[in-house]
Structure formats: C-alpha cells, structure tokens
Design a protein around this ligand. Structure first.
Ligand code: NAP
Ligand code: ZN
Length: 364
C-alpha cells in the first residue's frame, strides 16, 4: 500500500485560541493584509485578530470587500492593495469565500499571472497566511485550494498548489455563535460531502479514511443541533472540527462528483455551495451503491444509518428543494461530465448517470 499524506498547516484549536496564541502570528510578518467579508467585524473574529496584531506591534490593512463566491476582480483588487501597502503576510478571516480569496491574493501579490489565474503555474513565492474560519464547512483553512468564479467557463474553478496551504489555522467555534441557521446547515452539509466524497475518491488512503470517519462521526453527532437550530459552544466546536478534518481529507483526495455537479447550481442559480452539495449527496450515494456497495456500506457504517434514513435526514435539513426542468438538468449533466472532479471518483459516472442523479435530486 504505497501512499503519501501531506498537510503542512499548524492547527491551533480552542476558545480564544487567536488571542492566546497571538505570538504565532508575529512569525508571519510585520505588515498584515487582512482578507475578510463583512461579518467578521460583528462576530468577534476581527477584534481578536486586531488584538493580536497590536500585541505583536504588527501593521495591518483590512480588505473586507470579498463577496460570496469570490471573483477574479476581487482577488486582483486585493492583490493590488497588498502590493500598494507592502503587505508581507495575509490573515484570512471568514467563511470559504474570504479564505479562498486570501489564497489567490497572497499568490497574486507576489506573482504576475498575465495569462490569467486559471492558466497560471503557481510557484512557491506566496505571502505566508493564517486562516481563521468563521463558518464550519469548507475546510479551506487546511487545503491548498482556492475556488474562484470562472465567468469564461461559466463555472467555479479551483486553483491549487502546495504553496497555497496556510501556515496556521485557528479554530474557535465561538465566532459561529452568530452564524445564521441556513449558513450553519449548508456549511455542515458541505463538510459532510467532503468527508463522504473523500471516501469515494480514487486517491483515498488509510489516513484520509480515518480522518473522514471521524469527521462524519462529529458531524452526524450534531444532527439534532442542526435540525433544531440549538447549539452549545461544544456543538459549534464539534462542527468546526468535523469541517477541518474533512478539509484534511480533501486536501489529499480532492472532491468528486457531487462538487463537480454542484458548481452549476451555484453559478447559474446562486444556490449556496454547501446546499448544492447537500441536495445532490443522497442520490449520488444511491448511484454509487449500485456499483460499489461495499464501499458505500463502509460510509453507511460511519454515518450510523442506511441510505434511505440518510436521505430523509438530509431532506429534513434542506427543507423545500429547488426544482429545474429536464432541459436544464441535461445541460448541467453535460457540463459536469467534462469537470475533472468526475474522474476522481472510484465509480465511473457517464453523462446519463449524472443526469439520473440530477433528476432524482432536482427534477420537477
Ligand atoms: P461564505 O460564502 O464564506 O459565507 C456565507 C455567508 O455567511 C456570507 O454572507 C458571510 O458573510 C456569512 N458569514 C460567515 N461567517 C459568519 C459568521 N460567523 N456569522 C455571521 N455570518 C457569517 O460561505 P462558505 O460556505 O463558508 O464558503 C463557500 C465558498 O467556499 C465557496 O466559494 C466554495 O466554492 C468554497 N469552498 C472552498 C473549499 C476549499 O477547499 N478551498 C472547499 C469547499 C468550498 P461575509 O463573507 O460578508 O462575512
Ligand atoms: Zn465544498
């Protein structure tokens, strides 16, 4: 069994971990560009980071114009500001959108990409980063991926390189106390999808399986909190750790069919990323079960339920599902069939099989 596992991020977890470990941030540089959205100014995360910068005597500039599903224009603007202020490091605060934008900004601040970021061969010359997640879903704080809206191809495209791993990830569930219920549910489903897709990846290993099983255990253990919108600080931390473990899985396995299909829902209908995955995950698993029942059985063991129960439980979390016409779903299947994630699954999906999953999930 030959394999490698690589995940170079130093993870610091626990209440007030940013303030308690402020000195770690000093090692990144003297002049910080903070990349964030609007919510970090209200949930305490920005305040804790600023406390650390002041304690360390670090200069900082706040770039808080990252939209959901970051765009090329946003990361170019952030990189221009990083260059203008002479930033020597980046601290990302927020959900997957600011964290992904921060990676592209940290890269573009040091590298010109005249051929465009999607065609650019990323070198090691990237500003060092710390990530402070304020949602529990993407795991971006421990992955080398930055997913940016690609208008030319009408999808979302991942740019990736080992140099895009942050140096530090600070995990403090207290920032999620203010997270809206729909974002909490959507992001938890994203994390679950990462763990499940990781187990069905051709690149799954003994290590990623161990991480995925523990992630699934933590996330499904919070099902009642998610369903009843009733969270303790422990349940917030469990969801966050479940998400980070799932990030550690996909950092090595990549995602597969669910993500490959989900990008169209987000690009064309603005369906939040995690919700798009949650809508597709049960039918995807049912389809996989036809060809790889043993592996899906292992996933059911980790979930602690059979596929039918899983499907009902996910449906209860999602509420009324979106519906699209057969013509549109056929278009999504065609687009997904050329997405590179599809080949990353141990089960081969033809365009017809992709359409079957889409119709079962979203058909009228
Ligand atoms: P998000 O787009 O980062 O955030 C969703 C919403 O929640 C935003 O309106 C955000 O506001 C708000 N928010 C964030 N934290 C909050 C808090 N603590 N309290 C209140 N509101 C808060 O959503 P996400 O699901 O975390 O990230 C999705 C993105 O990540 C997608 O672009 C997806 O493609 C990407 N992704 C990346 C990876 C990876 O490995 N890199 C993996 C999966 C998904 P503000 O932003 O204005 O603060
Ligand atoms: Zn995802």
């Amino acid at each position: 069994m030959d394999f490698q596992y690589y995940m170079p991020v130093r993870i610091v977890s626990g209440e007030d971990c940013v303030k308690k470990n402020a000195s770690l941030l000093r090692t990144l540089g003297k002049n910080v560009l903070v990349v964030t959205g609007k919510s970090s100014a209200k949930n305490g995360a920005l305040e804790d980071a600023v406390f650390a910068f002041n304690m360390n005597g670090q200069k900082y500039t706040i770039y808080d114009r990252v939209p959901n599903n970051p765009t090329v224009a946003c990361v170019e603007e952030g990189a221009r500001i990083a260059r203008e202020v002479g930033a020597d490091c980046v601290v990302a605060i927020g959900g997957g959108s600011p964290m992904d934008a921060a990676k592209a900004i940290a890269m573009l601040a040091r590298q010109d990409a005249p051929e465009g970021i999607f065609a650019h061969a990323i070198t090691d010359d990237v500003l060092p980063m710390a990530h402070i997640p304020t949602t529990a879903g993407t795991g971006s704080e421990v992955t080398p991926y930055s997913i940016i809206t690609n208008d030319e191809k009408q999808t979302k495209t991942s740019i990736s390189a080992p140099s895009l791993f942050p140096v530090y990830a600070f995990l403090d569930g207290k920032y999620m106390a203010s997270l809206p219920q729909n974002v909490t549910v959507n992001t938890a489903l994203d994390a679950l999808s990462h763990a499940v897709e990781g187990m069905l990846s051709v690149r799954a290993t003994l290590i990623t399986d161990a991480l995925a099983r523990e992630s699934i255990r933590l996330l499904t253990g919070e099902y009642d909190s998610l369903l009843n919108a009733n969270y303790t600080s422990q349940s917030r931390q469990n969801l966050l750790l479940g998400s980070t473990l799932a990030g550690m899985v996909i950092a090595n396995t990549g995602t597969t069919v669910v993500h490959g299909m989900g990008y169209s829902l987000t690009y064309f209908h603005d369906v939040p990323h995690g919700r798009a995955n949650g809508l597709l995950l049960p039918a995807f698993l049912a389809e996989c079960n036809r060809k790889a029942p043993q592996r899906v059985g292992q996933i059911c063991d980790a979930l602690g339920m059979d596929l039918e129960t899983f499907s009902k439980k996910v449906a209860a979390l999602l509420g009324k599902r979106e519906e699209y016409s057969d013509t549109e779903l056929a278009d999504f299947a065609r687009r997904a069939s050329v997405n590179k994630n599809i080949k990353n699954c141990i089960v081969h999906f033809s365009e017809e099989e992709l359409l079957r999953v889409l119709k079962r999930s979203l058909g009228v």
